[in-house]
Design a protein around this ligand. Sequence first.
Ligand SMILES: *[C@@H]1O[C@H](CO)[C@@H](O)[C@H](O)[C@H]1NC(C)=O
Length: 258
Amino acid sequence: MGRNLGLLLGFCSLIVGVAVADWNILNQRIVENKNGMRITLKNYCEAWRINVELHNIRQFEVVPEECTEYIGKYMSSTQYRVDSEKALEECTIYLSNTFELTGDDKDAWIFDVDDTILSTVPYFKKHTHGGEKFNKTSYEEWVREGNAPALDHTMNLFNYIKGKGIKIFLVSSRGEHLRRATTDNLFKVGCTGWSGLLLRSNEDNGKTVQQYKAEQRKYLMSKGYRVWGMVGAQWTSLLGLPEAMRSFKLPNALYYIP
Ligand SMILES: *[C@@H]1O[C@H](CO)[C@@H](O)[C@H](O)[C@H]1NC(C)=O
C-alpha cells in the first residue's frame, strides 16, 4: 500500500511539474498594465478571466489575443476542475439543506449541455482557445461528430440528483437539427435518464439565448415543475425571468453567448 501510494505520488508530481512549467512561462512574461504597474501576463489574463466570471466583461466576441494561451491552459488545468467541483459541491450542500422530495414527480433540475455536461474544450483547442470569432458552421460540424467528452464532475452531480428522484431537463441553445447528434453523444458518455432535452426550434431563432432559456424555464414551470436549481456555463443561460430557485455558474471564459 505504502509503496503504491509512493508511486502514485511520484506520478502526480510529474504531471504537476509539467503544468507548473507551463504556468511559469506566463509568469515570466512581464507586461505593463494601464496604471503603469508591472505585472505578469498570468496576472493580467487571470484578471480578465475572473471578470468574465463576475459578469463584468460581457459580449466579448473573442478572447484577447494575449490571453488565449492562458485561457487554454486554464480550461485544461487542475484549477479548472477544482473550481468546477467547488461550484457543484455547493449544489449538493444546497440540496441536502433544503430539498425534500414531494413525490408528485414535479421536482426538477436544469442543466446546460455545452461546457456543463459535455466539454467543448477539444473544439476550442483547435480554434485558438476562443481567440477567433465563433464559427457556427465549423462548431456544428464538430457537434455532429458526437465525440464531445463528458465533464465527469458534472456527471457526478447529475447522478446524485437523479438518485434523489428529481427530474432532470437539459436545456441547450443547440438547434433542433442537432438533436440526434446531441442525444447520441450524451448516451455515449453515459448521460442517460434525463426527462427532456429542450433545443432551439426555428421559432426560437430570433431570440437571444437569455430570452430563449428563460422561456424554456417558464414552459417547465407552467407544467407544474418546481425548478430547484440549474447549472450552466454562461451567464445568459442563468439570468432572465423566471429564474430557477438557485443558479450555479460553472467557469468558462472561452466564449460569450449573448
Ligand atoms: C467557418 O467554418 C467553415 C467550415 O469549417 C469554413 O468553410 C468557413 O470558411 C469558416 N468561416 C470563417 C469566416 O472562417
